[in-house]
Design a protein around this ligand. Structure first.
Ligand code: SAM
Length: 233
């Protein structure tokens, strides 16, 4: 049974997908996609031996060796330029995901869609899209076992810009689509984030030499969260 998190990632792949799943671990995502769509093909990339072996055995167990190639290597080095049209990277921090994308920029020339699921710090990827000519086209948020996961989908060369001038900084942080949809899960995530920040702030204020710049940053973020939660309720 594939997690909801990865099902949402899969739902943004087109029919006949030709994609690479980087950091595939057991290759559950490519197996799920290729079992659903008999015209889909995938490359499952893994840098570590254990997950690489797990991916290979899952692919052969599912009888998908003719459509899923499991390759061992760091990030995008497992794909050749033009080999895939979509890339999925899920279950890592945004800084690692952006490192993988930066290291493999030359491989992205023919990649029309990126579907990314950072565990933390999604703002880094929203900025990365803007800096590298990908337009954010949708976002989802899902809760699993007490963790909140954001899924960001971006297409190359789409003329649409989801950001507004007035709220650009806030939209980068909260996600322009997530902010507008303001789902129950989104509200829960930011309510819990606000509680964390309040705890941090009260500790910081107690310090013998409080760091006023940091306190100011956290206070601004907290105010933004409160505004966003209030404005949509
Ligand atoms: N994508 C799966 C998911 O979302 O459930 C697995 C996520 S798992 C937490 C992260 C996987 O990424 C691990 O199997 C790890 O070996 C792999 N990984 C980490 N850095 C990588 C890199 N630079 N290139 C390829 N794989 C990497």
């Amino acid at each position: 049974q594939l997690s909801n998190r990865l099902r949402i990632v899969a739902s943004y792949l087109p029919d006949h997908a030709m994609f690479a799943d980087i950091g595939s671990d057991h290759a559950y995502l490519p197996c799920y996609v290729c079992l659903q769509d008999h015209t889909a093909t995938a490359i499952a990339g893994e840098v570590n031996e254990g997950p690489f072996q797990s991916a290979k055995s899952e692919v052969s167990k599912q009888g998908l060796k003719d459509r899923i190639e499991v390759r061992k290597g760091n990030g995008l080095e497992v794909i050749d330029s033009g080999e895939v049209s979509e890339i999925t990277i899920a279950g890592m921090g945004a800084s690692l995901i952006s490192l993988i994308l930066n290291d493999g920029l030359s491989k992205l020339k023919h990649v029309s869609r990126l579907i990314l699921q950072p565990n933390v710090n999604a703002i880094l990827l929203r900025k990365w899209f803007i800096d590298h000519g990908y337009e954010l086209i949708d976002e989802q948020i899902v809760e699993e076992e007490g963790h909140y996961y954001e899924i960001l989908v971006a297409d190359k060369g789409m003329p649409r810009d989801p950001y507004t001038d007035e709220n650009f900084e806030k939209e980068l942080l909260f996600g322009p689509f997530l902010m507008r949809k303001s789902s129950e899960t989104f509200r829960q995530k930011w309510t819990s984030e606000a509680e964390n920040i309040e705890r941090i702030l009260s500790e910081m204020r107690k310090a013998s030499q409080p760091n006023h710049d940091k306190i100011e940053d956290f206070t601004r973020k907290l105010n933004w969260i409160k505004e966003v939660l209030q404005s949509e309720s």
